[in-house]
Ligand binder design. Structure first.
Ligand code: MG
Length: 314
């Protein structure tokens, strides 16, 4: 039986404009009260309300919702606020043991940051490393402070086999146009890191775990046509809390990102900030006034909305 799903969240004005344009030819004739349009996209019915609330309904609702969520993150640096639906509350708990196993895991950093590269690491943690990592205090890596990361990452880098892929800003700006989905970039980089790690040694592992950012079939769809696609991945959300190899991958990525940001700050003599908020715009304006707008090409993700705000002094 096909499962009907409903996903509701609120989007920003710029995404709203894009949606209106995108669904121009897919609109239904009639629309519900207070809505701008109701439209069909394959098996999903999409309703955009004047308030900015958007509702996705149907068996493929999650795919369309995910796509527009990515546009929101891409353009505005953070995901839309999701309303809890009944189905969501009922979602069953994942009880898989990701902790006391030997695993390969990957995680990335920098996809929501205007300045700095995108960094993806894949790491291998054997059962034998568990106590070493516990002694270092590797646990909930999202809650780990930058100071702690700087303290423990060098030890992890020395002991834990890993591969890191860095996509610098020049390359990002050259290859990734406005319309590419950030999730596709992530999929390509995760796959690359995992593939290279698997080819480094004959690791014994129980599972390859990826911090889930897209539904598995969507992930593999992004990799269609590429050689060397790593299969048999286990996707789970909040993987860095559950799985030590993902936690290590996250810590190493974050450590290298912090180093990049520091290097940038030192090079420019201006303190570079993480994220994509209004303070980041201020830093950007300072950089442009001192070094010219071309500088942004080398150090920032040009397709982020920040660029417009920096250059047009908004
Ligand atoms: Mg992640």
């Amino acid at each position: 039986m096909n499962k009907q799903k409903t996903i509701v969240y609120k989007i920003s004005d710029n995404v709203k404009e894009e949606m209106i344009e995108y669904f121009q030819d897919k609109k239904r004739e009639k629309k519900p009260p207070y809505s701008i349009f109701q439209a069909d996209e394959a098996d999903t019915v999409i309703t955009l309300y004047e308030s900015g609330k958007v509702m996705f309904q149907g068996v493929s609702a999650d795919i369309d919702a995910q796509m527009w969520k990515q546009r929101e993150i891409f353009l505005n640096g953070k995901p839309p606020v999701e309303k809890e639906t009944k189905e969501k509350k009922k979602e069953k708990k994942d009880t898989t043991d990701y902790y006391f196993i030997s695993s390969i895991g990957s995680d990335e950093v920098g996809t929501g940051d205007y300045f700095g590269p995108i960094i993806v690491t894949a790491a291998y943690v054997s059962r034998k490393d568990i106590s070493f990592l516990e002694n270092l205090g590797v646990r909930d890596s999202k809650k780990t402070t930058d100071e702690k990361i700087i303290e423990i990452a060098p030890d992890i880098i020395k002991r834990i086999p890993h591969v890191t892929i860095i996509l610098n800003n020049k390359e990002y700006n050259k290859n990734y146009s406005k319309d590419i989905n950030m999730n596709k970039i992530k999929a390509i980089l995760h796959n690359k890191a995992l593939y290279q790690l698997l080819n480094k040694d004959n690791f014994h592992y129980d599972m390859i775990v990826v911090d889930q950012f897209a539904k598995p079939f969507v992930y593999y769809n992004y990799l269609k046509g590429l050689p060397n696609v790593v299969k048999n991945l286990t996707f789970t959300t909040k993987a860095e809390d559950k799985c030590l190899s993902v936690a290590c991958a996250s810590i190493i990525s974050r450590y290298l990102f912090l180093k990049e940001i520091k290097k940038l700050s030192n090079g420019l003599g201006i303190e570079i900030l993480k994220g994509a908020g209004t303070k980041v715009d201020e830093v950007g304006k300072e950089i442009v006034s001192e070094f010219g707008k071309e500088k942004l090409q080398d150090i920032a993700k040009i397709n982020f909305k920040n660029t417009d705000k920096i250059l047009n002094n908004k």
